[in-house]
Design a binder for this molecule. Sequence first.
Ligand code: NAD
Length: 472
Amino acid sequence: MSTQHEYSFFDAVLANFDKAAKFTNWDPGILEQIKLCNSVYRMHFPVKIGDKIEVIKAYRVQHSHHKTPCKGGIRFATTVNLDEVMALAALMTYKCAIVNVPFGGAKGGISIDPKKYTPYELEKITRRYTHELIKKNFIGPGTDVPAPDYGTGEREMSWILDTYTSMKPGEIDALGCVTGKPITQGGVRGRREATGLGVFYGLKEICSMPDLMEKAGLTVGVEGKRVIVQGLGNVGYHAAKFFREGGAKVIALAEYEGAIFNTNGLNEEEVRQHRKKEGTILNFPGATNITNTAEALELDCDILIPAALENVINGENAPRIKARIVGEAANGPLTPDADEIFIQKGILVVPDMYLNAGGVTVSYFEWLKNLSHVRYGRMEKRFTENQNRNILSQMEELTGKSVGDKEKEIIMHGPNEADLVYSGLEETMIGATREIVDTWKSNPDIPDLRTAAYVVAINKVGTSYEELGIFP
Ligand code: NAD
């Protein structure tokens, strides 16, 4: 399967924006300001790899400053280019607006194949990139806050944090300069699984809506749904995990070297262990191999979750997709042609810019934790437990009956950090899903959920500009 750009990703975002802008009443100047990228930083820097000097190409794009700081992940991949970074930065603005996270959109990327470098070399590249960002004021807890994306994770975020703090000694909120950090370095519990969990919460809410399910020819609820996930990375792995735990059957998992299929369902953790040991997802016990991985997308299923890279479903393969719902966990997995084909085929597309917003939502919680310098739940956990214990013992005294040990534990439980993060994420995803679906239903001319999501985002960013006024 090709992940190369056959067309401009940013142009596709602009086309989607224009399609939705027709359903809003904003001044054309405001619309122009919302859709273009405010600041674009393209850089080249030298890094010594072995005894050679390599020139590394990298980017950081801040799409919108209607709210600050800007926020967006950093991608390490050979496919990284300016067009892609601009598109992803724009999607971040709309994503943050939809889930009411008070940030402007940004994105960064380094055009390298991380698999070709040793950890030491990757650390040198990441630290040098961070230096470049600091030099141009493109990073900081109040200006621009990166996070992980394709090809990066907690390790890279730690290197960024360490570089930043060593350059800004004494800056009290420095921990908030990057999110997606390990818990021991100011990260928040729940961040690692946040995007996959948000995908699950979003699709679960969609599956609970009887009218949408009837249109899709499916029963209400997640239980028993046949799910296919492409990409067993951070997002795909966790999406598969929460769907399996929620009672769905993950019937196929696709990686770049191949895919596996089992109608009885696959356990993502066992598959991950198998892949780690064997170096391939193929030959998993009890599953059928699909050597051409792209074919996994075309299998019969209820929910298809592309969670790898963009443009994987396009005009060529979209006519062969049999899923009833496509949940865009990755950014931009569908091209505009695929969107059109799915509208005609009645396949419900749940769009990336809100469905995968779990990561940025929990990044926001992490940033708040860093600014408040205290772990969620630290102040109230014991207090709540003591209160619950008092209420429970009063009830037992008044009724003369006693509650079992297991139930007692459940009733008394005071919230810890993960409980609060999960609950905040669920609330956010349910709220966003309902807002987008209501907007879609409010106007029969809005063709799909993606356009509805853009309408919601444009209205929120537009309101910001209107209320703040335009600087003379
Ligand atoms: P990741 O690097 O952890 O995982 C991506 C996985 O996809 C890898 O296992 C890779 O081998 C696999 N893959 C690559 N090409 C493939 C192909 N052609 N077929 C099948 N599998 C393939 O990355 P991630 O963080 O999980 O991000 C995945 C997507 O989700 C990206 O589009 C990213 O922008 C988006 N996203 C990520 C986050 C986050 O919090 N990590 C948040 C929002 C959106």
